[in-house]
Design a protein around this ligand. Sequence first.
Ligand SMILES: [Zn+2]
Length: 152
Amino acid sequence: MNDETILLMCAQCGTKNRIPKQRIHERPVCGKCRIPLPVGAYSDRPRDIGDSEFHKEVLVSRDPVLVDFWGPHCAYCRMLASTIDQIAANFAGRVKVFKINVEEHSRTPSQYGIQGIPSLLLFKNGKAVDRMVGVLSRDEIERRLLPHIDKS
Ligand SMILES: [Zn+2]
């Protein structure tokens, strides 16, 4: 698993750069023109997305995606937030982690029957494969992620 690589296309020259997933944190640059590569969805911080990005970022992703449905007025969501940050850092390059603010975006939460927050949904190949509701421990969440991560 340690020599797994991903392909990142340079935004400037279009060269496809093969980057070991382990090095995704090291601000990789294009081998040809040396500009920083768009690590974007592979960054180690969970990124907020909305309904309009859901299909592009989650459903067609080749990697498993963990989506944290949260709201700014939810105390339990704040408790879970640091755990989600840690998981995003720990699984960077293997699992994409996004957050959806349910007060700003309602289409995706209703589509997936989100009734309480925080709720975590794990997607693989466009399908929701696990659902975790409430404040779970980091260990518990990681235990449920692991079976869905490709061991190649
Ligand atoms: Zn380039």
